[in-house]
Design a binder for this molecule. Structure first.
Ligand SMILES: [Zn+2]
Length: 318
């Protein structure tokens, strides 16, 4: 117990007074040194003294929290200074942290939403809640990659994760909203003219190849890494093209390719999750023109293969 004698305040102590630091009162109500002292003091105190004790505890809690927050700010500053002195620019460090957060959400989304872009604005509800953000941050902090950069995991917060994912949604939405496409008829392949359609901002592109033997059918190849870019300005150097799939750009590319070759019906080939989704959408818009593997209506109602079906056979298609 402090040497200063216990003083009874003359009136009720408003907690706001205590929070503003009435040191005289707070000192008089300091915590007893032992449990026995504490019990005795509490048992013998009158109501007013107990109220003062509660107020004093509140003051202590606020002061401890303030000191803790100040220490945390100082710790982060020292950490950032250390990273800088080790030759790692702060911007690069934060860039790495943001990259990790996006990658973790991307991997989580692939499990449950395999044919959607995880940063599509339609899917914001899937990550924009406290539980999911906390889970993403927790996983990022345990990441082995981050462990190679001392202290980096501690810099990540729920607020930063929310901001990072939201910024990526905005960025991809801007890319997807770009309506600039390039179209070019390129070299003949086995006698057929190949049409390439390319989206300018993402670099996504596809080849539309009519069959030479059966002039009414054609195939589509949509692997950008296997198709030479037709964009002379940026040479199609978009190594991160995969981040742009699942935003609806592919559907626009397919529509433009089909528009350039209006007589062609488009067969299915090897489909990825994303091209399957594009095919399903286009098949339901025009089932005669676009084939798909998994249409329940066609399985139930077509009496022959899609290849030999006539336009009238798709009447009532849903
Ligand atoms: Zn169908």
């Amino acid at each position: 117990m402090d040497a200063e004698p216990m003083r009874q305040p003359s009136g009720p102590l408003a907690s706001s007074d205590a929070l503003h630091g009435d040191d005289q009162v707070v000192r008089s109500l300091e915590r007893p040194k032992t449990l026995t002292e504490r019990v005795v003091r509490w048992a013998t105190a009158d109501t007013q003294a107990r109220e003062h004790e509660v107020a004093a505890r509140t003051v202590r809690r606020y002061r401890i929290r303030a000191r803790s927050e100040a220490r945390e700010r100082a710790r982060v500053s020292r950490l950032q200074a250390t990273l800088l002195s080790d030759g790692l620019p702060a911007d690069a460090v934060m860039l790495e942290a943001r990259k990790q957060l996006k990658e973790i959400w991307r991997n989580m989304a692939i499990q449950s939403l395999p044919n959607r872009n995880p940063f599509h604005s339609d899917l914001e509800a899937a990550w924009k809640n406290k539980n999911k953000i906390d889970a993403i941050v927790a996983e990022a902090r345990e990441s082995k990659d981050l462990a190679q950069i001392p202290g980096l995991s501690d810099l990540m917060t729920a607020e930063m994760a929310m901001q990072t994912l939201g910024a990526e949604v905005c960025r991809l939405a801007q890319v997807a909203a770009d309506d600039r496409f390039l179209t070019k008829e390129s070299d003949d392949v086995d006698g057929a003219t190949v049409t390439v359609v390319q989206h300018v901002s993402s670099g996504l592109r596809a080849q539309f190849i009519p069959c030479t033997e059966e002039s009414s059918f054609g195939s589509i190849f949509s692997k950008p890494y296997n198709i030479a870019s037709i964009d002379l300005d940026n040479k199609g150097n978009c190594p991160d093209w995969e981040v742009y799939v699942g935003l609806g750009i592919g559907t626009s590319i397919y529509r433009l390719g089909a528009k350039a070759l209006p007589e062609i019906r488009w067969r299915t080939g090897d489909l990825t999750e994303f091209s399957s989704a594009v095919r399903r959408k286009l098949h339901h818009e025009d089932p005669y023109k676009w084939a798909t593997y998994d249409c329940c209506w066609c399985k139930a109602n077509l009496s022959q293969q899609w290849d030999v079906a006539l336009p009238a056979d798709f009447d009532g298609h849903s």
